[in-house]
Ligand binder design. Sequence first.
Ligand code: DAH
Length: 343
Amino acid sequence: MIDMRYFEHLTDLLKKAIKEVNCAEDVEQLRIKYLGRKGLLSKASSTFRLLEDPDHRRYFGRGFAEFKKFATSAIEELQEKYQKEQHIVKVDLTLPGRKVFSGGLHPLTLIMDEIIDIFRGMGFVVETGPEAETIYYNFDALNTPHWHPARDLTDTFYLDLPGEEPMSYVLRTETSPVQIRTMERQKPPIRIIVPGRTYRKDKPDASHSPCFMQVEGLYVDKGVTFADLKGTVLAFYRAIFGADIDTRFRPHFFPFTEPSAEVDVTCVFCRGEGCRVCKKTGWMEMGGSGMVDPNVLEGVGIDPEIYSGWAFGLGIERIAMLKYGVDDIRLFYENDLRFLEQF
Ligand code: DAH
């Protein structure tokens, strides 16, 4: 026999229980006991299904609905009341904070951006070219003789590309081929810099990496002189290393410039006094430069009787190493976060 006052009992029980509630956890226990999937209400609804007498069903149904309404709203009310407390309880103020990792720019990107800024200020525009370059642009058009050691298989990465003649491409060994690509497209005045990756078969050590970066400079116009080259390069190094820096041009040979010179700057560590790093000379080697060879100008259809130009190619890692005090070039390519995070 079913006790028709079942829901009255339940209501009394719940009212008592509510008085004893102290915290969010108590509320949750009540919710499970009365409204949960296996709770008292759920059990009562299984009982309802067993009733056959329509009067019983009506009476029980009304009691069920009333109690459900009462229990649901009472428990919701309690949940709201203890919600605040629940938040406080769950926050453990003694936990150490979580470290937030923020991304950053690679040191070579940082130095490259700075270099680009300086040259932009002097009226240069940025040009780019392919890293997989043809033999023509990488060597021939740059006046590089066939016997030149740079063409050697042991120095240069040759590529066999599908659909191309074997060994007709290389990973560019310098950014200089972009000089040719630009002069083919554009009439003077030309004033460009070319930042980019270059590749050589060098065994990695503290100062060599098979992949490294250069910035190329090229200025072609009427009446361009070696003095312009010296002034521009000096202004650049002073902007990057400080106003007390000087430059020195030593005669050298490059196939695509005549005359050619290597560029030295005042040692940034001893400021020219002579130290261990500069081997007591007070100078550091930074790259190559020169007046664009008339052969190169003719090759791209620029008349060397009317126009002249200069060019340079500087190592980016060298500048970054001196500027940031890094003593091993490989660090730039190993992607060790402990190193990268310092910039
Ligand atoms: N391409 C040369 C190298 O990688 C550097 C260089 C020398 C670039 C003289 C130039 C230049 O533009 O005029 O060793």
